[in-house]
Design a protein around this ligand. Structure first.
Ligand SMILES: Cc1cc2nc3c(=O)[nH]c(=O)nc-3n(C[C@H](O)[C@H](O)[C@H](O)COP(=O)(O)OP(=O)(O)OC[C@H]3O[C@@H](n4cnc5c(N)ncnc54)[C@H](O)[C@@H]3O)c2cc1C
Length: 377
């Protein structure tokens, strides 16, 4: 068999791995995806997440279409919503343009993961569930998700009679250095505290988050199910492990500011596949297309973490005063000389911890130490 007749193996059927598989299959390559779980999106099971629509001028869905990736999943375009500061002050977000799309994650019908799986399989990709890839002999891509917890997001999934919408609270008392959020779509919701430190006090922060959303927006939850997970944020020098490209969160590709990692996962999967097809160096491709945005996000993270409660109020005031919010957010994520100048300071301040330094992993029951958020190997 010639090299191009040999199957390409992919470890992980998340957005990164499936996007890579779809790209390779489009080019006529034989692909086998190994997924350690019994189904796609197992670690998310019905979670709602946002596909951000601000890092590119082009709409996020049309970017996906141009990448050859399906958009045949349920989605709710979000323009207007409400954010609160630590003093319970409301900031009404109003945008003429779509800021993000809420999508469902997990194995259910209409989810992002199910749509990617369906597209991959329709192109002839073989997906092997309950199959942990431990060794890769030929060409392959590593897409196994987060290897560490730089942030955790913990809370509940639930059913509700609340109207569709999104709400967030920026308050270190609920979500240290992060934010708490509530997303509702078609009678179902998710509520989370997204924390960048203080993992050990996870339970207290979840409780405060529930109380705050009950007080501020009349949160109603029926049949609440606990859910949480972790995020791994890191800009590697090289995203190769030996000869194999690393994609998505296994490479550490994430939005260090707020954790919107899905688009980076999909784009890196597409780029890794293209590198295998063309022989181009994958590091060159992601460093050209993804690194500037990720570096700016690290600066944004360092500034956000430093700003504390007063800074959040100032930041939210600035945000709502902007005429074109989508454009304002895009500018925040674009590389600029002041942010490049702050880069070395931000990188010293923010380092992927591979663990939360406030969590010593002793007598700790946070989502990472419980091992429920991903695979510890
Ligand atoms: C609670 C939470 C909320 C989030 N909200 C958002 C949001 O609103 N917007 C956003 O853009 N991002 C969000 N993210 C981040 C986003 O989910 C991730 O960035 C994205 O899923 C990363 O995709 P991935 O394919 O790299 O990894 P994953 O989606 O983690 O997929 C990796 C897959 O590999 C499998 N696997 C692991 N090891 C092996 C192995 N050895 N062999 C075979 N298979 C293996 C795993 O079972 C898993 O299915 C959130 C994350 C969490 C935890």
């Amino acid at each position: 068999m010639t090299n191009t007749e040999l199957p390409i193996e992919i470890a992980g059927a998340g957005p990164a791995g499936l996007a890579a598989a779809i790209t390779l299959a489009h080019a006529g390559r034989k692909v086998i995806v190994h997924e350690t779980q019994k189904e796609v999106g197992h670690r998310f099971g019905g979670d709602f997440q946002g596909i951000e629509n601000w890092t590119s001028e082009e709409d996020a869905l049309s970017v996906l279409e141009n990448q050859g990736i399906t958009t045949e999943f349920n989605k709710m375009p979000c323009r207007n919503g409400t954010v609160f500061d630590p003093n319970d002050k409301r900031y009404e977000i109003s945008s003429d343009e779509i800021l993000f799309y809420i999508v469902e994650r997990g194995p259910g019908p209409g989810s992002l993961d199910s749509a990617l799986l369906k597209q991959a399989q329709s192109l002839g990709v073989e997906v092997r569930f309950n199959s942990r890839l431990r060794h890769m002999a030929g060409d392959g891509i590593l897409a196994a998700g987060p290897r560490a917890a730089d942030a955790i997001a913990v809370g509940y999934h639930f059913e509700t009679d609340m109207a569709d919408g999104y709400w967030a609270i920026c308050d270190d008392a609920l979500a240290p250095e992060g934010y708490a959020y509530l997303l509702v779509m078609n009678g179902k919701g998710t509520i989370k505290t997204c924390m960048f430190s203080g993992f050990k006090q996870e339970k207290i922060y979840v409780k405060r988050t529930l109380e705050a959303f009950q007080r501020l927006v009349g949160l109603e939850m029926k049949n609440p199910q606990p859910h949480g997970g972790s995020g791994n944020f890191r800009i590697p020098d090289s995203a190769y492990s030996g000869p194999h490209p690393l994609v998505g969160e296994q490479a550490g590709f994430q939005d260090t500011l707020w954790g919107f990692g899905m688009r980076l996962a999909i784009s890196s999967g597409v780029l890794a596949a293209q590198s295998l097809l063309s022989g181009e160096n994958y590091d060159k491709l992601w460093q050209r297309d993804l690194k500037p945005q990720m570096e700016t996000a690290v600066v944004n993270r360092a500034l956000y973490s430093l700003s504390g409660s007063r800074g959040y109020s100032w930041f939210l005031g600035q945000l709502v005063s902007r005429q074109n919010l989508r454009k304002a957010l895009r500018q925040q994520y674009q590389s600029s000389w002041p942010k490049r100048l702050l880069g070395p300071w931000a990188r010293r301040r923010y380092k992927s911890r591979r663990k939360d330094i406030t969590c010593d992993h002793i007598d700790c029951h946070c989502i990472w130490c419980r091992g429920e958020c991903c695979v510890h190997d």
